[in-house]
Design a protein around this ligand. Structure first.
Ligand code: ZN
Length: 431
């Protein structure tokens, strides 16, 4: 049976999180509502033995942790990692285009987006805007237009007869979304953002919009689909599904075992940033949780990281893209991802640990290895493992259409992942 309550909560989270900034804000609000205390990296921290904390960096990455029972941190931390960002179209800094009587915005492709699905969608814009206030201070706020305000129409087949034989998309010239009829003088995008700020935050005193990080997103709501409700279709399943499963598991866990959730930005572009998984965020937080360097190494060596990011299910129309014995199925549980060239950080010990957890939690489990004649994707697992030296297993929910603007998962798999992650957070024994 599908899991309506799990999937509805996931749908609400994804719909409210069109950008990494919104995802981080929504994770923060959920944690605060459950008694977590927000820390600021610029302040001194006075951590209590049984405390529950969260900290964000750049407003787009988050670490939440609880210390467990007194002294339990010494025995190792149960860590779950995921990423807040998804491939998308981002608005350029000087984006205004007036072409053929229409007003468009220039875009930059963020990450390895499948571009074709962006055509003929009802698009909106959201993200972070930084502005100067009337008192001369700098301030930032998150905005979300929510309603469909843009579209990238396909070119009619009559004007491109060969399109079904192979569509080549030029990201510079083919993708600028259309927002309105052009006006003279040309519309000013920053003025539009100023009006949106005033509407969403009547008290924000914005005088001049200076800069922004804004994503286009598809306004279509997530939905459970299929003749028997077997599928869950949504934007940003990669990787908000795993962020949400990690959050739900952390909140459902008993709080007895030291536990940590890290959701970082910039995975889709390699994670190398101040707040990305290849930056020092996790090390910085751990060095304040366990200030003594020698003890910190001991704790890390007793810890385990479950890196959760979606996997590729075997597609019935393209089954030859998978190894015959390693084609994950939808609704058949989380996938352990293995690559001996270390594109995934899973070892036989961490894989066995996760498989055993699934068995204990009565959750089905699968494994994935890429075809030996194809290259392999990667994720935050190997990056975190190599930076921190923590034992890691890469897992994820099987999906179709990864990096499309509308991806597809099995409607039972988010609940499976949440169940096994909860079991992980509550496990008394690590490896
Ligand atoms: Zn991902």
């Amino acid at each position: 049976m599908p899991q309506p309550s799990v999937n509805q909560a996931l749908a609400d989270f994804i719909q409210a999180s069109p950008t990494p900034f919104h995802a981080t804000e929504n994770l923060t609000q959920r944690l605060l509502a459950h008694g977590y205390e927000q820390l600021d990296e610029r302040d001194e921290w006075a951590l209590q033995p049984a405390g529950k904390y969260l900290v964000t960096r750049n407003g787009s990455s988050l670490i939440a942790f609880h210390m467990g029972a007194s002294g339990a941190v010494d025995e190792g931390i149960r860590m779950v990692g995921a990423h807040t960002d998804s491939p998308c179209l981002r608005v350029k800094p000087q984006p205004e285009l007036n072409q053929q009587g229409l007003w468009q915005l220039a875009i930059e492709v963020y990450g390895g987006a499948l571009l074709a699905p962006w055509f003929d969608r009802d698009l909106s814009i959201a993200g972070r805007v930084t502005f100067r206030t009337r008192e001369g201070k700098l301030d930032s706020r998150l905005i979300n237009f929510e309603r469909p305000i843009a579209v990238i129409p396909s070119l009619a087949i009559h004007l491109n007869r060969g399109v079904n034989d192979g569509l080549a998309i030029n990201a510079q010239t083919d993708l600028p979304p259309i927002l309105a009829m052009a006006l003279e003088p040309q519309r000013d995008f920053r003025a539009l953002l100023g009006a949106q700020l005033a509407q969403e935050y009547p008290d924000c005193q914005a005088d001049q919009v200076l800069d922004y990080e804004l994503c286009f997103f598809d306004t279509q709501a997530p939905s459970t689909i299929g003749l028997e409700d077997d599928f869950f279709a949504s934007a940003r399943l990669d990787n908000l599904l795993s962020c949400h499963a990690g959050l739900q598991a952390l909140l459902a866990s008993s709080g007895q075992q030291p536990s940590l959730l890290i959701c970082t930005d910039h995975e889709e572009v390699g994670s190398t940033s101040a707040c990305g998984a290849d930056g020092p965020f996790l090390e910085d937080v751990l060095s304040r949780v366990i200030p003594d360097a020698s003890k910190r190494i001991q704790v890390i060596q007793r810890s385990v990281m479950v890196s959760a990011d979606n996997a590729h299910a075997v597609h019935p129309n393209f089954a030859d893209r998978h190894d015959t014995n390693h084609g994950p199925r939808l609704n058949a549980g989380p996938v352990i991802k293995i690559n001996s060239n270390q594109r995934y950080a899973t070892s036989s010990e961490t894989a066995a640990f996760f498989r055993n957890l699934c068995n204990e939690a009565e959750v089905p489990v699968q494994s994935f290895v890429v075809r030996s004649d194809m290259g392999c994707g990667s994720t935050i697992g190997p990056i975190t493992a190599s930076r921190l030296g923590v034992r890691t297993v890469d897992v994820g929910v099987p999906t179709f259409a990864m990096h499309s603007v509308r991806e597809l998962a099995g409607s039972r798999d988010a609940a499976y992942l949440t169940t096994v992650l909860t079991r992980f957070y509550d496990s008394e024994q690590l490896i």
